[in-house]
Every structure is written in C-alpha cells, then in structure tokens.
Write a protein that binds this ligand. Structure first.
Ligand SMILES: Cc1cc2nc3c(=O)[nH]c(=O)nc-3n(C[C@H](O)[C@H](O)[C@H](O)COP(=O)(O)OP(=O)(O)OC[C@H]3O[C@@H](n4cnc5c(N)ncnc54)[C@H](O)[C@@H]3O)c2cc1C
Length: 442
C-alpha cells in the first residue's frame, strides 16, 4: 500500500514513550546530528508507569546491578547490554539531567525529591531540548516494512482521561494528520502487558510478531500472590522478614530473602513479588511447584531449636505463643499456635520435643498455598516477550527485520525488584541508540 499525501517523515520512529522509548530518543538525538525522531505513545498521559513506580517515587536503579538480577532469555545478552550502560552511568545520566539520586534499603536508588514526577519531567525536558517530537494519544496500529524503511500507521487513541489530562508535550504537533508516517528505522518500545491502563497492553508483541519475531509466552511477574485457606486473613497488614523457597521439579530451588506482607487475599511485599515469576513460569510449563516460607530467615532447624531451648531454659513458665512472639510478630505467633491447636495454658516447660518440632516445621518450612496471582493489573512487569536470540546483543537490532530495533520490557527479560527493570530500560535504550545514530548518519 502507498502512503497518503500528508504522510509524515522521520528518520526514527519510536513506538512507546515509556522509560525505554524516552531513553532511546534521548541517546539517539544526542549522538546523531539533527535526526528527525518521533515518539508515539498511545496513553492519554505519557510516562504513567514512571509516575506510579516505586510507590510514586520511582526506584530509578540500584547501586549494584548484575546479570543475575534478571530472568528470562540469555544472560550473555543481558551482560552485554548492562556493560554498555551500567548503573553508574545511569546515576551520571540523571545527575546531568538535574536529578540527584540517593540510596535506600537494598541498594535502591531514588530521586532526591522522592517524587517520580522529577524523573519524568527531566526525561521529557531533555527529549524536547533535543528536538524530539513526542506525540501522545497516538496508537501505532501497524508497522509495514517498505523498500527503504517502514510505513507506520497510527490512530488517535481517544479522548484524554478526565482524571488524568494529557501532558501537552508538543503543541505544534499536528494531531489531525492522517496518522501515516514513513521512517527509515523503527524502535519497538511498547513495554509488556503489566498495568495495562498505563498504555502497555501487550499490543507491541503483536507488532513484533507481525514483523517476524517469536514471542516467548508471557506471564505476570513481580505480582502479589493469592492464597487458599484463611490463615492469612487475620494477619492482613503485618510485614515480616522471611525466606521464600520456590521448588520446581528438577530445578534448583530458588531462595529469596526479604520482606513479606500478609494481605486479605494472600501475600505481597518484595520477597513475594520476586518469587511470583518463578511460580508463574512453573505453572505456564505445567511443572509441579511448591512455595514455602521460613519465618526465621537464616535459621535452620538446629539453630531455631537452639534459640527456642535457650528461651525455655531462661523462662520455662511462659506460654508457647509468648515465646514464639520473640521470633515472629505476635499475631503471626498466635495464628500458628491456634493452627496447631496448642492450648494457651501450655508453657515451654511442658512443651515436649515432638510438639516443638511440629511448631518449628510450621515456622521454618511453611507451605504457602498459592492459588493464583493477582494478574497483569497488579503486576509490575511481564516475564517472557520477544525472544533474545532474534536480537543482535551488540545493537539490539532485530535479526528478523532489517531496520527494526527493540528495547525495554518488550524483550524476554524481567528484573527482580529494586530498580533493575528501569536499569534495563535505560541500558537497552542506550545500546539501541548507538546503532541508530550511526544509521541515521548514512
Ligand atoms: C506499579 C509499578 C511500579 C514499578 N516500580 C518500578 C520501580 O520502582 N523500579 C523499576 O525498576 N521498575 C519498576 N516498575 C517496572 C518498570 O516500570 C517497567 O519495567 C518499565 O517502565 C518498562 O519500560 P518500557 O519503556 O519498556 O515500557 P513501558 O513503561 O510499559 O512503556 C511502554 C509505552 O508504550 C506505549 N505503547 C504500547 N503500545 C503502543 C502502541 N501500539 N502505540 C503507541 N504506544 C504504545 C504505552 O502507552 C507505554 O507508555 C514498576 C512497574 C509498575 C507497574
């Protein structure tokens, strides 16, 4: 099909103006002299995911990022990408944009303003300064390879939401054109399908598939888990440090230490979110999976028993639940004692070895009866995506479709909690941009 008379022209069209799309635009524009770069975003409000991230504070990266912080496709690809633009360069990049970062628990880096708006504003200002056109509420509906580039069809994505008016980024942008563009290069930066109301609804996978790519089946990741039973219900709101083990048949168990939050539906909190992708991938592959928690992280049976006996020796007359509350939150101690049917009058002095071992098993290797997760609407990221072996690791250019590049969460890579997913967005944006900038000079 030929392009209409009013077709817009660009050197690079970036589909998706999230973290990865904006980073790609900035790094390409910085390297290539006067490139015509257009970013389309379908969402009514650009950068919605950046704004909700990190509880509205945006955990931009981590003080230490390694390939082991990621799951999905080849770790070698991840290693290459991170090596090209690591966490130190991220800190420097944001410092240049006027966004200082500070460290919090678990090495997480947040903006000094503690406000994700600072991060989004800095990225948008920089893209604007560099002359990049940001067109929001523009959904890309097809990308068709042509003799020397692509024909991109876009559609007005509808009226802005009443609750979130659009950021008018480029008042000069003609939103009433026929929506057809031609570009020499296209970058898919459409994200995954987590939190679809922010605009990342998974359609990017379809665009990639039509351009010849294989999509590794997707599942939610970094998502709270729904539990069977009612043990968790009275504990809603309690947070505690745990060790979670996910045992998938024939695999080495995955161990995750960190905070767990009991909720009315089950469990959440960083350790649970990290565990969730392993549970989901096992379910996807129809492999038996068991999730257990140790409420005394770092302690095995021998160490826990020693601690308990030591307590018994010092205060033999106290109730079991009282003693247990030294080790776990009091309401959790009560719930376990009730669950095991240990009468309130039982003290440490008359708590025999068999009963003690039963109690310790319920604390140290406690099955989590996972029924499901809360799904994409509550997931922070998507596991699965465009297969990494179809991407050149040095440039992030497609090996299936010349002129196409892919960045960010659309790829089959998902990071654990702690700023790693944004680091993936910045790093992939940087790597793709070096290549795009070379090409736009041709
Ligand atoms: C609640 C929440 C909290 C999070 N907190 C953190 C955190 O603190 N730290 C961290 O590292 N990670 C965090 N993440 C994950 C992180 O936000 C994502 O991994 C990251 O934003 C992915 O960037 P991206 O640019 O690849 O995709 P996205 O940010 O999803 O951006 C993709 C963009 O593409 C647009 N788009 C999609 N399809 C089309 C189309 N057809 N046409 C035009 N535009 C399209 C969408 O509107 C969207 O704006 C969080 C995620 C969520 C949901």
């Amino acid at each position: 099909m030929t392009a209409a008379a009013s077709t817009g022209k660009a050197d690079v069209v970036i589909v998706g103006g999230g973290a990865a799309g904006l980073a790609t635009a900035i790094f390409t524009a910085r390297r290539a002299p006067d490139p015509r770069i257009v970013v389309f975003d379908a969402a009514p409000k650009l950068g919605a995911k950046i704004l909700v991230s990190g509880g509205g504070r945006c955990n931009v990266t981590n003080v230490r990022v390694t390939p082991r912080d990621f799951n999905g496709g080849s770790l070698n690809v991840v290693r290459n990408v991170l090596a090209a633009f690591d966490e130190r360069r991220t800190v420097e990049f944001f410092r240049e944009l006027g966004v200082g970062l500070h460290e919090e628990d678990w090495g997480k880096l947040f903006p000094d303003s503690n406000d994700a708006h600072t991060v989004l504003k800095a990225l948008i200002n920089e893209t604007r300064r560099l002359g990049v056109r940001l067109l929001e509420r523009r959904r890309v509906v097809s990308v068709e390879p042509q003799a020397d580039g692509f024909l991109i069809r876009t559609r007005d994505a509808g009226p802005p939401s009443l609750t979130s008016p659009p950021t008018r980024l480029d008042p000069a942008a003609p939103l009433d054109d026929d929506g057809t563009w031609i570009a020499r290069r296209v970058v898919l930066a459409t994200g995954g399908q987590s939190l679809p109301k922010t605009g990342s609804d998974g359609f990017g996978y379809e665009l990639a598939r039509r351009l010849g790519h294989t999509i590794v089946p997707t599942t939610p990741a970094l998502v709270p888990l729904i539990l069977d039973g009612d043990f968790h219900i009275p504990l809603s709101g309690i947070a505690q440090e745990v060790e979670i083990r996910v045992r998938v048949e024939k695999d080495r168990p995955v161990r995750i230490v960190g905070p767990l939050l009991w909720t009315h539906f089950g469990v959440s909190g960083p350790a649970v979110l990290d565990a969730s992708r392993h549970w989901h991938r096992a379910m996807l592959d129809q492999r038996p999976v068991a999730v257990t928690i140790n409420l005394l992280p770092g302690k095995d049976l021998a160490a826990a028993e020693r601690a308990f006996l030591d307590r018994s020796a010092r205060q033999p007359r106290i109730a079991v639940a009282t003693a247990l509350a030294d080790f776990v939150p009091a309401r959790v101690a009560d719930a376990i004692v009730n669950e095991l049917g240990i009468p309130a009058r039982v003290t440490l002095a008359n708590f025999d070895r068999t009963a003690r071992r039963r109690l310790l098993a319920a604390i140290l290797d406690r099955p989590l009866p996972v029924r499901d997760s809360r799904g994409y609407n509550y997931a922070e990221v998507t596991a699965g995506g465009v297969a990494l072996n179809e991407i050149d690791p040095g440039t992030l250019a497609s090996r299936r479709c010349p002129g196409l590049s892919l960045v960010g969460e659309i790829l089959d890579v998902d990071g654990r909690i702690g700023g790693f997913n944004f680091q993936w967005a910045w790093s992939t944006g940087f790597v793709a941009a070096q290549h795009l900038a070379e090409l736009t000079r041709e």
